[in-house]
Design a protein around this ligand. Sequence first.
Ligand code: TTP
Ligand code: CA
Ligand code: CA
Length: 695
Amino acid sequence: MSWSPETQSFLKHSPPPAASPPARGSSQSPAPKSQFTHRHLLQLAAFYASCPLRVVAHMDIDCFYAQAEMIKRGITPEKPFAVQQWQGLIAVNYAARAFGISRHTTATEAKKLCPALQCQHVATWKEGDDKWAYHDDAAANMATHKVSLDPYRKESRSLVALVKENLPPHLQRVEKASIDEVFLDLSAHVHAVLMQRFPELSGPPPSDDPDERLPMPSVLGLHWQDDLLVGIDDGETTAELEDPDWDDVAMNIGSEIMRGLRTEVRRRLGYTSSAGVASNKMLSKLGSAHKKPNSQTIIRRRAAQNFLSGFKLTKIRNLGGKLGEQVCMAFMTDMVVELLKVPIEQCRHRFGDDTGTWIYNVIRGVDHNEVNPRTQINSILSAKSFRPAINTTDQAIKWLRIFVADVHSRLVEEGILENRRRPRTISLQHRHGSQARSRQSAIPQGGPLDHETLLDLATNLLGQLSLEGGVWPCSNLSLTVSGFEEGVRNNTAIDSFFPKGGHVLPMAPPVALLKPGTSRAAEEDSTGPAPKRPRRPDGIERFFPPKGVQKTKGGQSMLGRPSGKQPGQQQRGLSDAYVRDEYMSDEPASRAPANHQQTPVAPGYTCDQCDAGFETGTELQCHQDWHFAKELQDQEGRVRPRVARNAAPTTHAPDNTSNSQHGAGASSSSSSSRRPGRPKKTEPGQGRLNFEPFE
Ligand code: TTP
Ligand code: CA
Ligand code: CA
């Protein structure tokens, strides 16, 4: 829906709703009025994040991987069932949870707690295979298997497609929040239903004043069916609400929409789910986790503060990491109910005006984050942690082959064969002891992006890392393709190889092509007959970088091509975060204990905004807090160094430099050592909020 500039300005200048509506039937006000106005209604139709009638829902599938496997195998919900990864459990159904089994239980312990428990190991890629499969012996063969989450990704796609199909196309905003979750901004949909059911709302304001209050709703009570309705004070209720105002009616319509949607998910895909319906993302997410499985929780505006009072601060979205910890330390409590006593001035004094105000508001249930209707992925990662570490190039290449098969099969799902979507960048991350390094290069845009091309590019990157030494033993490798372009025609990007003079610009070609006697130009000129691909050299010679390729320096690509933004290429900014499945690493994102012969394996956590890799969920959370705080700051467009200057949570923290790495530069590198111009690492005790812009 698009609004004229006049309408937009009209919508923006909205006074907040009155604190409370005038009493019904009071002598001063014979015709009872709502606390909401005609302007609020228009804001609702236009998805205004600050609209007090806003309705946002969050839906999360119950014990997702477990249900996925159970549905596939026709196992009924009352049978205890868990999904296993190596010796740990990564999803446990509710029948098994009744025996005290959780994601922290090992498969062996779980069997003791419930001998009838059925465990299914996740599908794996077996070393040497070119397709994932369910292997009975996977748990005992961690060194030669790599987890495939393809079955769950496929289900996740069906879920998002079904949700979108079942909401009116022009009134929906769907954000895929993780592999089994979506946020929905139901505002415009709810507005349409309101107009249909309450024709008295559809006319212009009688006095032409948009700030004129609406009449009170012509309903005496609202029915919430089986939903859990969070109460205004202690206790929860499913009872009707007397004297509802329009925000309650809007929420009631939202809950009806969600009930219908969840029923459809159950009917068509077989999954039970839980949902939270509230006025914003933060509350709706807390709501969906409040009562599981197969339930939905409604948090009306008037119940928000009561609902939040019982939570620890760190349970609130974006406060689960360092920022949350700092707030708890600053005010000596982690309970929201206590933090509600802290005056706004103190919050601002400790955390700066913007962040302080945000903290003050969020614990009161105020959150104006938009539901971001991205449902497409913008990067694909395949990774493996090695215990024991690997020590040779041959071993590494075996894994690169698997990564390539994994990434390629997902590229096919993204439409690579039809040139619907195509990534621009490939990167290889490597871990040796505590040192993490990565190399990336552009993906040539002409010609097919097949296994062989991907393997050449990946092997080339490994070669570049090898040249620097310090590669073995290697404890983790991961391959990422990112920066997807939409609707790439077969040869569209080939044009970009030809500068005005008609010379071919080289783009990180496979190493083999740079061996003496091979013609790079002939190979890349896919407008002519395809030349026969030269034999790939074996052994270490593969790892020497092409002639003329140097490490990135001063914005120049490794091939001397400027790595800046290319014409027509979209610059990737912080707001362009892509949707990525939560648990894409080979290891359980948890806490799942390692098997008895092996030391625990650090899960590979990757930031969905900048590709930075982390070993633990806490590190990732802390890093994401940094993004979040910076985004807040950027939104304000102001810079107020208070707590710390230029502080970033890790050396991976994104800045302009790392964003530009996602550009079309032919090749670039990054490592965990600090580079000039990068933000300094936080000192112990130093805060991390408020930033100066990066030059
Ligand atoms: P969750 O939604 O966190 O959990 P769940 O769906 O299993 O259970 P719940 O009913 O409480 O929502 O995660 C979704 C899937 O992601 C989960 O089924 C398995 C995977 N996962 C991991 O592999 N490791 C983890 O640490 C977590 C939290 C999830
Ligand atoms: Ca879930
Ligand atoms: Ca989830």
